[in-house]
Design a protein around this ligand. Structure first.
Ligand SMILES: O=C(O)[C@H](O)[C@@H](O)[C@H](O)[C@H](O)COP(=O)(O)O
Length: 266
């Protein structure tokens, strides 16, 4: 049973006993969000990231979800992508395709990956154009506060340095507010060239889920969630603050081990 709690504006925290429990809770939660979005809008626009996230979503390919989820209504995007060929082992698209998308009946034309044959800058521009078209046709909803796309769900991992998507500490892209999708060519985590959603897009989503496991992330989880006063470093994960949407953290016990006061309830 997950321990859960609310931490002010830092969202809902779900701390899991082990990874198996986290996987089940995560699959349940995504399936619920999908059902609600399909009921309300007829589609589910979901943005993925790379890293351990995809394997932690693995239960979606198993019963009952493989049969109960309305896969035909899913539209897939990437909150960040490495600018490499789609069949390269570094590709987030390949990771998701091998680990999830090829195992469930998603409509191939609903999978919106980046153009892997152009520069990072061009790939970011083109991706923004693709999203703009899908906002026009309301496959992706639009924020009523900004003109940003409002994804039904954006799923993010977090690095030990507190990065999310390809938004790294102290990088100028943290301040990007003009573009929905931008690019970097100097990622501290290889490969260096990436495209990434910007914070205005992440924070316009209806739902943001942070999936963070392992002790190496414990300090960053503490800095991203706890009330640590005015000297709080500008950790990218702390800048995930959906304006009107819901933020939920899926953690395991090692990742949650440095959180202040464990005010969780069963
Ligand atoms: O393209 C990427 O590298 C990812 O999108 C990245 O942001 C990832 O989610 C975190 O680095 C956490 O990765 P792990 O969960 O594997 O630690």
């Amino acid at each position: 049973m997950a321990l859960s709690g609310i931490n002010n504006d830092r969202g809902e925290l779900r701390v899991h006993e082990n990874l198996d429990e986290l996987r089940t809770d995560l699959a349940d939660y995504i399936a619920e969000l999908s059902e609600a979005a399909v009921k309300e809008r007829g589609v589910f626009a979901i943005a993925l990231s790379g890293g351990s996230l995809i394997s932690l979503m693995g239960k979606l390919c198993e019963a009952p979800y493989n049969k109960t989820v309305d896969w035909a209504k899913w539209y897939i995007f990437w909150a960040d992508e490495r600018v490499v060929a789609k069949n390269h082992s570094d590709s987030n698209y390949k990771l998701a395709k091998d680990g999830l998308l090829s195992k469930v009946p998603i409509v191939p034309s609903h999978v919106h990956s980046i153009n892997d044959s152009v520069s990072a800058e061009e790939a970011a521009d083109e991706y923004m154009f693709v999203i703009r078209q899908l906002v026009k046709t309301r496959v992706v909803s639009v924020s009523d506060i900004s003109d940003c796309p409002k994804f039904d769900l954006i799923l993010l991992g977090m690095g030990p340095d507190g990065h999310v998507a390809s938004l790294y500490p102290n990088h100028p892209v943290l301040d990007e507010t003009d573009e929905w999708v931008t690019f970097i060519t100097d990622s501290p985590k290889p490969p260096p060239e990436r495209i990434t959603f910007t914070f205005p897009v992440i924070n316009s989503a209806s739902n943001v889920v942070m999936v963070v496991t392992g002790e190496s992330k414990a300090e960053a989880v503490h800095l991203a969630i706890d009330n640590i006063g005015p000297d709080c470093p500008s950790l990218p994960a702390r800048l995930v603050q959906p304006t009107k949407g819901k933020l939920v953290w899926f953690l395991d016990k090692p990742a949650a081990s440095k959180l202040d006061g464990h005010q969780f309830s069963d």
